[in-house]
Design a protein around this ligand. Structure first.
Ligand code: VAH
Length: 325
């Protein structure tokens, strides 16, 4: 029986990843074939680019009604409580991150959806995982609720694939940097905020110490990785928990030096807070050999190329804000 025409539902479409993934999916499938949804109101960048519905992923019945009513064939579930916010409210983070995923997986099983995408994170790794070139398979003992929920979610994805044939795919995102929308309460948010702060104040008070190396990725690489994984033939996918992918690794000192190539007088101050312990529990770099082999993954941005692009775009936005005419 021919597959139904694809229609995508993005849950969490107004978030940092959601906005850019929604726009990229609309380019691939056509604006009206990608329904954006969130608990929050529509992100301005999505306005007039396609359909938007207010949706709570925790209301399974309402979610199921939307999937049927909109003839959805794929779900991208991006809504989650991230590492730093999760540590402030562990029970809510566990409940929302887990139940949201289980609601989507069960509806995907019942409605025989073509595909599901759900992001994991390098936050699944803990202090006992290798720090350098952390492998796809290794000791994995997450120490944050966010990491615990992401690792448990990976096994639920694997279970629904093996038991019910749900084609759910996942990537362990590093810290993601972008200029289009605000970060979502994570430990790597410093690397997002720093660029606008540099433009506005020529200084940044960093909440991590200067030599805290973390795996990071520029959003255009992360979006391309997601679409390349989702467009890969199912027979190429050997990992049904979540793929390691790597973009770059840098420390706060290194990103400050990169910014100073644009703003020579930029000043970075360091005052580590509770997020330092979370960052210290994660690997410094990731081995993504399996993603390269299975679906040809290859990053295109390094730190300096990202910094150049960030300032090119933020300066344009700043100019438009000052003189919107
Ligand atoms: C966080 N941005 O900081 C997320 C990410 C690897 C970090 O998962 O929680």
């Amino acid at each position: 029986m021919p597959l139904r025409k694809d229609k995508i539902l993005v849950i969490g479409a107004s978030g940092q990843i959601g906005v850019e993934l929604t726009l990229a999916l609309r380019k691939q499938y056509g604006n009206n074939n990608v329904v954006a949804s969130d608990l929050r109101e529509e992100n301005p960048l999505l306005k007039d680019t396609g359909p938007y519905v207010s949706l709570d992923m925790m209301n399974k019945e309402m979610l199921h009604v939307q999937v049927i009513r909109q003839n959805i064939t794929q779900i991208y579930l991006l809504a989650a409580i991230l590492s730093a916010t999760g540590e402030k409210n562990p029970n809510l983070a566990w409940h929302l991150n887990m139940q949201g995923l289980l609601n989507v997986l069960d509806i995907a099983r019942e409605e025989k959806l073509h595909k599901v995408y759900w992001p994991s994170s390098i936050a699944v790794f803990g202090p006992s995982s290798p720090k350098i070139n952390c492998p796809q398979q290794t000791i994995i003992e997450p120490s944050t609720v966010y990491g615990i929920s992401k690792y448990a979610g990976e096994f639920w994805c694997n279970y629904y694939f093996n038991r019910y044939g749900v084609d759910v795919r996942s990537i362990r995102y590093p810290g993601l940097i972008s200029y289009k929308s605000a970060p979502g309460g994570g430990t790597t948010d410093y690397a997002v905020e720093i660029y606008q702060e540099a433009l506005d104040h020529n200084k940044y008070n960093c909440f991590l110490s200067e030599n805290t190396y973390l795996p990071m990725m520029y959003m255009p690489d992360a979006i391309r990785a997601t679409l390349e994984l989702m467009n890969a033939p199912a027979e190429n996918i050997s990992i049904r928990t979540a793929y390691n992918i790597s973009g770059m690794s840098f420390s706060p000192r290194e990103i400050a030096e990169s910014i100073q190539t644009h703003l020579p007088d930029f000043n970075m101050l360091y005052k580590a807070d509770s997020r330092q312990a979370i960052a210290d529990s994660w690997p410094q770099s990731i081995d993504d050999t399996v993603a390269k082999k299975d679906w040809g993954w290859k990053p295109q941005y390094d730190l300096q190329k990202m910094t150049d692009d960030m300032f090119n775009n933020l300066n344009v936005t700043k100019t438009l804000d000052q003189d919107p005419s």
